[in-house]
Design a protein around this ligand. Structure first.
Ligand code: FEO
Length: 403
């Protein structure tokens, strides 16, 4: 039986073949659904659960860890279904199990399991649970990355369970960071995970790091990827997270121009919009992105890190094109509020892309620039001048400082 310490047993399931997580997140290196069993002299607590698809493997690992013992508690640090998918089955197995969970998590778990008979013990920040010689201390850590998240600290073993925080969609047969074979790939997976999962919550990330600074773990048991060890990747991941979550005051506004183009017309508008942007704000960092030429996670990071952005789409089937909608599916709905955005695009017959995108971005509470540019078929010299004027006017409309 794999274990972190003699009292913390590993019941994780590996999924090396996963390539897409949560429909939109690419995962080149698979993942693991990590879970644990903490053995006290009086009580046993499971920490986190597993994905429903891997229920059978999870129960096999659980049986091996428990060796006939019955768990008293299930600590749910976070209720997203990759960790809560097996809870309903777990409750069938162990009807008396008490689920230890945050207030927000309790609401979610009831609706995820659709069970009214869950035995819930709702904990607050600072609460603890004695298992007999092993004590679980609960640290509420909201928005890392759901409102329900908490960390669980086991001081007697110097182990902290952080669920998604500091994790990675990365899978090797060995379960510890010290055994990682492809370290560069692992670090890339940590970055990808941060960008996709925690990028929208940078302020909360910094608070989470501050909470971890109040304890001194030897092992950090995340819910995905290798278990972190003090002196190996733990401190490095702390530093990485702090660097990635710290928004430097920037001298230059980042204004990406995203577009897709069927026949090159919207692309030409994009390049003239970019030229106008730089005329209006010479210090701006302006990058044009053809949506079909870049990885979606790269595009999403550029959008979410921007101070303002422009979006260009042709109209096909009376709508914007799928790559444009895919990008908007990745926006950080929290941070995009009030973000300035301007729209442009070439169309053939009716040009619905711009009004549809305007509606969507308005729903997202972005600050949509009123003067969108629509051009029928091939842009004329006047249209290209209008594209430059759009970029210049948009740049001049931006508030001083970074957004
Ligand atoms: Fe791994 Fe947010 O679930």
């Amino acid at each position: 039986m794999d274990s972190v310490t003699p009292s913390v047993l590993i019941t994780s399931v590996l999924n090396p073949n996963m390539r897409i997580f949560d429909v939109v997140m690419r995962t080149e290196y698979g993942t693991s659904y990590n879970s644990y069993a903490v053995i006290g002299s009086e009580k046993i607590a499971l920490v986190d659960s597993s994905h429903l698809t891997f229920c059978e493997a999870y129960f096999d690992h659980l049986d091996a860890a428990l060796a006939g013992r019955v768990p008293d508690y299930l600590v749910m640090n976070h209720t997203e279904p990759d960790h809560s998918g097996t809870v309903a089955a777990l409750v069938e197995r162990y009807p008396d199990i008490i689920i230890v969970i945050s207030q927000a998590g309790a609401i979610y778990l009831k609706n995820i399991t659709n069970r009214a008979d869950l035995k819930l013990q709702i904990v607050k920040d600072g609460d603890s649970l004695d298992l007999g010689g092993k004590t679980l201390h609960f640290m509420i850590a909201p928005f890392l990355h759901w409102p329900d998240t908490m960390f669980t600290w086991l001081p007697e073993e110097k182990v902290v369970f952080t669920c998604d925080f500091l994790g990675a969609h990365y899978c090797e047969p060995q379960l510890f960071d010290s055994k990682v074979t492809y370290r560069e790939a692992y670090v890339g997976a940590v970055k990808n995970y941060f960008d996709c999962i925690f990028g929208p919550f940078k302020g909360y990330v910094l608070k989470g790091l501050d909470r971890l600074a109040t304890i001194d773990p030897q092992f950090v048991c995340t819910s995905h990827g290798p278990i972190l060890t003090a002196g190996v990747e733990y401190q490095r991941n702390l530093e990485r997270y702090r660097q990635w979550a710290t928004v430097e005051p920037c001298a230059n506004k980042r204004i990406p121009v995203f577009y897709c183009s069927a026949y090159g017309n919207t692309e030409r508008l994009a390049s003239h919009v970019a030229r106008g942007l730089l005329r209006g704000l010479p210090s701006a960092e302006v990058t044009c992105y053809d949506l079909n030429q870049h990885d979606l996670s790269e595009l999403a990071a550029a959008l979410n890190d921007s101070d303002a952005f422009l979006l260009g789409s042709p109209t096909i089937n009376r709508d914007a094109l799928p790559p444009v909608w895919n990008l908007l599916a990745c926006v950080d709905a929290v941070a995009i509020a009030k973000r300035p955005v301007a729209l442009f695009g070439s169309y053939g017959w009716s040009g619905e892309a711009i009004p549809h995108l305007t509606n969507r971005l308005t729903d997202l509470k972005a600050a949509v620039f009123a003067d969108a540019l629509r051009v029928q078929f091939t842009p004329t010299a006047d249209d290209l001048a209008a594209a430059e004027k759009l970029g210049e006017d948009f740049a001049r409309s931006l508030p001083a400082g970074c957004c």
